[in-house]
Design a protein around this ligand. Structure first.
Ligand SMILES: Nc1ncnc2c1ncn2[C@@H]1O[C@H](COP(=O)(O)OP(=O)(O)OP(=O)(O)O)[C@@H](O)[C@H]1O
Ligand SMILES: [Mg+2]
Length: 223
């Protein structure tokens, strides 16, 4: 409401708002207008948004402030606590992307990380493994899984049946976390798929929605 009012006051003729899970679902290619129920989990930087969609509407949604950024922060804290090494958010994000994993790997990954020794104050480097990063991200991953379980429990039975059939779709940068699809699938016992180009889903979906509005408007104006 506030966003809409201020945009209109600023001179916008029409203001349309699209919820992020809806944009993500459209961008992921989910047939949102069908009576079928679909579930999308958009894991961004600041928030994870979970939405159940049917007949072009958001039937149910949940947003938690646990996503990529909180994992980066958890990695900073973990490395400080376990290795007395101080690293910044950017390095933590690089570690998450390079060796982060939600599940145990057949061959765990390793990398070298440089930072400042908390005790000596000197620059040092240590070897770190994907198991460490998984340990650091554990709480964040569990919170995301818990939110997903909550949404599934609140989903009306007829739509839940569709979700069992269609599976769950992951979007946002967090969808790229190694093994996250399997991790979530093992917990909720449902198929989980990663959208094509998950980082672009929301932008793509917003673009598609705008094009459609444009078309409707032109039809209304008889163009
Ligand atoms: N390959 C990857 N593996 C793991 N995480 C990744 C990868 N690529 C990007 N990310 C993470 O995805 C997050 C950004 O995703 P996205 O662009 O969807 O978020 P956003 O839309 O900007 O945030 P929000 O939706 O919270 O406003 C960052 O935390 C980033 O570190
Ligand atoms: Mg986003």
């Amino acid at each position: 409401r506030a966003v809409k009012d201020s945009a209109e006051n600023a001179g916008a003729r029409y203001v349309y708002l699209i919820e992020e899970p809806m944009a993500a679902a459209i961008g992921a290619g989910i047939p949102v207008k069908e009576p079928n129920g679909n579930l999308v989990v958009d894991i961004g930087g600041g928030t994870t948004e979970i939405g159940v969609i049917s007949l072009g509407g958001l039937v149910l949604s949940k947003s938690i402030r646990v996503a990529g950024d909180s994992m980066d922060q958890a990695i900073v804290d973990y490395i400080k606590k376990n290795f007395n090494l101080l690293i910044g958010d950017r390095i933590a994000e690089e570690l998450k992307i390079k060796i982060g994993t939600a599940i145990q790997l057949d061959e765990e990954l390793t990398t070298t990380v440089r930072g400042r020794d908390q005790v000596e104050g000197t620059l040092t480097s240590i070897e770190i493994t994907s198991e460490h990063i998984r340990g650091a991200m554990k709480d964040s991953l569990e919170e995301i899984a818990g939110a997903l379980k909550d949404v599934l429990e609140q989903t009306p039975p007829e739509l839940a049946g569709d979700i069992v059939e269609n599976g769950i779709v992951l979007t946002g940068g967090g969808a790229l976390i190694r093994g996250l699809d399997k991790y979530l699938s093992d917990i909720v016992k449902l198929p989980v798929y990663i959208a094509e180009d998950p980082l672009l889903a929301v932008a793509k979906g917003t673009g598609i929605a705008l094009d459609e509005l444009d078309m409707l408007q032109q039809m209304a104006e008889g163009k």
